[in-house]
Design a protein around this ligand. Structure first.
Ligand code: FE
Ligand code: FE
Ligand code: ZN
Length: 278
């Protein structure tokens, strides 16, 4: 069995997200720790968190996959963006400790012309600081499509970041199917081989969560445009294979497909149907 859910709005707090998750038929969810475009985060309401943790337990909600804001770029060329990004990351780490045992996913960053070789040590250094605060949180690097100057465009780049992190026991990877496909990995033709490569380069023990998306574009397009399940270039058959892969059972799968609530209700039900008996 897998956990399945989508991105929910954090504006009304944790308990509201928990209820919305159940209403949509899910048993995990993602949320932005603050406005996706950045800025100050809402104060944590401890009473809300306490109620949510009980609700999560009662309803069998699996590990959450929080998402850092898109504006966070730890390896930005501009010093002020770097500083601001690191402050957000460290603040998010403290906030995640209120809901222990969950995941915090982020895009490694865009090197904007500096080159990946210059960016990777900068990302790792910020992670060293963040992970010293992450006692009960696992931080996830997302596999990227390689759009523009994105770092994390292949498994090797993620490995290089991990290698520079001093204490990486709370560091994992979130496997985004659209990004990985757009990045050039053949999810359709040979997903077993993609996982084998992941295992050889990063190690499957680091694969903690999946972003389940179809893609509007062909393999290796480096575009990053998500599509509804079964309506893109990855297609239903391959996505079904991913969902039912024995090595991925027990993990949270987050939909980032272009849908409104009714669309998510349908996709969540569809995935539960695919995953029946697993
Ligand atoms: Fe993402
Ligand atoms: Fe994603
Ligand atoms: Zn994406």
């Amino acid at each position: 069995m897998i956990y399945i859910g989508n991105h929910l709005s954090a504006s009304k707090g944790f308990l509201a997200m928990g209820k919305q998750c159940v209403k949509l038929g899910g048993n995990t969810f993602a949320f932005f720790t603050r406005n996706p475009r950045g800025g100050k985060a809402k104060d944590i309401d401890e009473n809300d968190v306490e109620k949510f943790l009980a609700f999560k337990e009662e309803n069998g909600i699996g590990p959450l996959v929080a998402h850092a804001p898109y504006t966070m770029n730890l390896c930005a060329a501009k010093e002020d963006i770097r500083r601001f990004s690191k402050e957000m990351l460290l603040d998010d780490m403290k906030r995640m400790e209120y809901v222990p045992g969950n995941y915090y996913n982020f895009h490694p960053g865009s090197h904007v012309g500096q080159g990946a070789d210059a960016a990777i040590p900068v990302i790792a250094e910020a992670l060293n600081e963040a992970l010293s605060l992450a006692k009960n949180t696992t931080v996830l690097l997302e596999t990227m499509a390689g759009k523009g100057s994105e770092v994390g465009r292949d498994f090797e780049e993620l490995r290089r970041i991990i290698d520079l992190v001093e204490d990486s026991k709370n560091l994992g990877v979130c496997f985004d199917t659209c990004h990985t496909w757009d990045g050039g990995y053949d999810i359709v033709g040979d997903f077993d081989h993609v996982l084998k490569e992941f295992d050889e380069i990063i190690g499957l023990d680091r694969l903690k969560a999946v972003h389940l998306n179809d893609s509007m574009n062909p393999r290796e397009s480096h575009k990053d445009r998500h599509q509804k399940l079964g309506q893109g270039e990855i297609g239903e058959e391959a996505l079904k294979y991913v969902v039912n892969h024995p090595l991925l059972q027990g993990k949270p799968f987050i939909l980032e497909t272009p849908n409104e609530d009714d669309g998510y209700v349908k996709e969540i039900a569809l995935i539960k149907e695919w995953n029946k008996g697993q």
